[in-house]
Structures are given as structure tokens and as C-alpha cells.
Design a protein around this ligand. Structure first.
Ligand SMILES: Nc1nc2c(ncn2[C@@H]2O[C@H](COP(=O)(O)OP(=O)(O)OP(=O)(O)O)[C@@H](O)[C@H]2O)c(=O)[nH]1
Ligand SMILES: [Mg+2]
Length: 300
């Protein structure tokens, strides 16, 4: 029998290419929140995929972007960049037939890594004429060398198995890095706050989703029910008003949807209470970013 393989696999790419969608498909579980908006993922998240032959520790990363400005924006790029160091494999995710300045920036980060590099063209389901992919990929590979190239649809779960086989081959021989029952390095509280933030990302427009962060303040299990108190932090009073909505209707809907998602995640009944509070300019305040948990990145 082949020897056991184990290692780290960073998933790198610009925002919205489908990094988190791919990782959720591999784990068959919603570990990382997904939205149609860019810059959904804000934290480095480990997603541990254990099989009989290998353990692939995927690292979901924030999309590499060209947005200037806030401390949070800078922090997101730094997080993605640091994830590409010290790993065994980098999956460079690109959206089929799309290539912009943010992809170029992500490509530079990938090139700097000494890991094995795999080019993954995602969202192939959106391409009617697949022949168009040939010149697209030819251009990409003229300046960058890859170990392997894959065409997938993360959303439709297409061609992910062959990709995983190649990832496994590229990993070093070694013992599992984590207990095989473990699926992430993050706490239940973290996943709960993310599932609440996902509702805000999907529901609100323009800058609001980017001015919001969520923290779980209390988590208590009484009998069969998990009682959770969470705070939605915003930067301004008008954002608070929008999230609460007329007669509290918006926050009520957010609470109902988020509770369903949390119940599915922890497989238990949940009583969720949400508050909206103001912490002005937190996205531009390094200290606030630290206090809200944006700097507990894994070092491995
Ligand atoms: N059609 C299609 N849509 C996809 C595919 N993969 C992901 N998407 C969609 O693309 C959007 C972004 O997906 P995410 O997984 O959040 O992308 P991401 O790269 O993690 O984005 P950030 O966290 O912002 O960096 C979502 O609306 C997904 O449903 C795919 O294979 N095909
Ligand atoms: Mg993501």
C-alpha cells in the first residue's frame, strides 16, 4: 500500500473566484461562508480533509484585492499572502475566461511561494464554448509554470475528485497533522459569528456588509437548547438603523435565517439573540481589528 500523505494546501485567488465554495465541496460541509459579493472571507480558515490515504489541510484565504484604504483591507491581503508560505501545495484559483488586475496580483503572490503550484480554472459551467478555454489557459501558462492544470466547477461539484487525487500525490509522506475527526482549527463560536455575517453579506448593499463584524458574547447549553447571544458591530448609527429595519423586521429575518444555518451546523436547537452596536471606524482601526479577532492567524 502507498504511504500516508499529509500536508497543507493554500487556496489563493482574487475575491469571488470560488475558493470557499471549493473548500466546502471538498469537506461536504459549509465551513466557510460564501456570497456573491467580493471579500466575503476575512479570516484564514483551516479545513481538514482526512481520508484513508491522506490528510489535506486546506487553508481558505481572503481574496487578494486591489482596494486601497482601510486597515481591514490591508490586513486581508496580508493574511492571504502569509498563507502561501510554508505550505506544500498552492491552488491558484482563477475564474474561467476572466483575468483582471486582482488576478495578476494574486498570481504574483502564488509565484513567490516555493510550494507546488496547481492552476485551477473554476466556474467552467458558465462557459458555453469550452474551446475558448484553450487560448485563455495558454496565455496564463506562458509566464507562469504549474505542476498541473484543472478545470472544475466548484458550485456544481464537477471534476473535484481528479483535482484531489493530484493534490494528494503532491503532498509529502507523513503522519496526520490533526486528529482525523477534527475538521477545522476554528471554534464553534467563530463559525456561528460567520453564519450571522453571511446573512448580512447577502442581504445588504454597497458598503454596509464591509462595515459589519459579528461577535458571539454568550454561549450556553441548557438542556437540549443552545442559547446564543451575538453582537453585530457597525460603524455608524444609520447602519444600525438599516440592520434593525422598520419595527425590527430586518433583524428578525436575519435572526431566523442565521438560526436555521447555525442549527444545521451544530445539529442542535438554538435560541439566538442578536444586538446591533456601534464601534466607530473599526475597519480603519488596527486595535479594533485586533480586538474583533482579525489577527489570530495560524502560524504553521
Ligand atoms: N457558476 C458558478 N458559480 C460559482 C462557482 N464557484 C463559486 N461560485 C459562486 O461565486 C460566488 C463567490 O464564491 P465564494 O466561494 O464566496 O468565492 P471566494 O473566492 O471565496 O470569495 P472571497 O471570500 O470574497 O475571496 C458565489 O456566488 C458562488 O456561488 C462555480 O463553479 N460556478
Ligand atoms: Mg471566500
Amino acid at each position: 500500500m502507498d504511504e500516508f500523505k499529509a500536508g497543507y494546501v493554500a487556496v489563493i485567488g482574487r475575491p469571488n473566484v470560488g475558493k470557499s465554495t471549493l473548500i466546502n465541496q471538498v469537506l461536504q460541509q459549509k465551513l466557510s461562508i460564501v456570497s456573491h459579493k467580493p471579500q466575503t472571507t476575512r479570516h484564514q480558515i483551516l479545513a481538514i480533509h482526512s481520508t484513508d490515504h491522506s490528510q489535506m489541510v486546506f487553508i481558505d484565504t481572503p481574496g487578494i484585492h486591489n482596494q486601497k484604504g482601510t486597515a481591514l483591507n490591508k490586513h486581508l491581503n496580508q493574511t492571504a499572502q502569509s498563507s502561501s508560505f510554508g505550505v506544500d501545495v498552492v491552488l491558484f484559483l482563477v475564474e474561467a475566461l476572466k483575468w483582471n488586475d486582482e488576478d495578476k496580483r494574486a498570481a504574483k503572490v502564488v509565484q513567490q511561494s516555493s510550494a507546488k503550484k496547481i492552476l485551477v480554472i473554476n466556474k467552467v459551467d458558465k462557459v458555453k464554448n469550452k474551446e475558448q478555454l484553450i487560448p485563455f489557459v495558454k496565455q496564463l501558462t506562458e509566464t507562469m509554470a504549474f505542476d498541473s492544470i484543472h478545470y472544475i466547477s466548484a458550485l456544481k461539484n464537477k471534476q473535484i475528485t481528479p483535482l484531489l487525487e493530484v493534490v494528494q500525490q503532491r503532498l509529502p509522506v507523513g503522519e496526520p497533522l490533526f486528529d482525523e475527526e477534527q475538521i477545522s482549527d476554528r471554534s464553534t463560536r467563530f463559525f456561528i459569528s460567520e453564519l450571522i455575517r453571511e446573512q448580512l453579506m447577502e442581504r445588504f448593499h454597497q458598503e454596509l456588509p464591509y462595515s459589519v463584524t459579528v461577535g458571539v458574547e454568550q454561549y450556553e447549553v441548557k438542556g437540549q437548547i443552545h442559547h446564543i447571544h451575538a453582537v453585530i458591530w457597525v460603524e455608524r448609527n444609520n447602519q444600525k438603523r438599516i440592520i434593525i429595519g422598520k419595527q425590527g423586521e430586518a433583524i428578525k429575518q436575519i435572526g431566523i435565517q442565521a438560526r436555521r444555518e447555525i442549527e444545521a451546523f451544530i445539529e442542535a436547537k438554538v435560541n439566538l439573540k442578536l444586538w446591533v452596536k456601534i464601534k466607530s471606524s473599526w475597519t480603519d482601526d488596527i486595535r479594533a481589528i485586533e480586538s474583533l479577532g482579525y489577527t489570530d492567524d495560524f502560524a504553521g
